[in-house]
Design a protein around this ligand. Sequence first.
Ligand SMILES: [Cu+2]
Length: 111
Amino acid sequence: MKYNILKTIGKFAASAALALLAGNALAQSASADGEIRKIDASGNRVVIKHGEWSGMSMGAMTMAFKVRPASLLEGLKVSDKVHFAIEKEGADFVVTAIDHTLQEAALAVQH
Ligand SMILES: [Cu+2]
């Protein structure tokens, strides 16, 4: 009897853990296009005016992100147009990659 109760609790804990992992894998990362609006190098933060995200439900807006690693901010300037990757960590959205291809494409058109 005691064994059955422990077994049931064990199964419940295992399925809860799996549900948590599945949730993280499926819904916690995204990418978007945007324009750099503010760079806070000492605070490892960036403000980006972004379009709709693919991978997570987020409409277009201007918002602040944490940045990791901080080296992603090197060479970045206000008004740069970028494509970037986002991961949700608790209540925070963290930028984990920044790509300048949009900026290069815009420059190529200008020249
Ligand atoms: Cu947003």
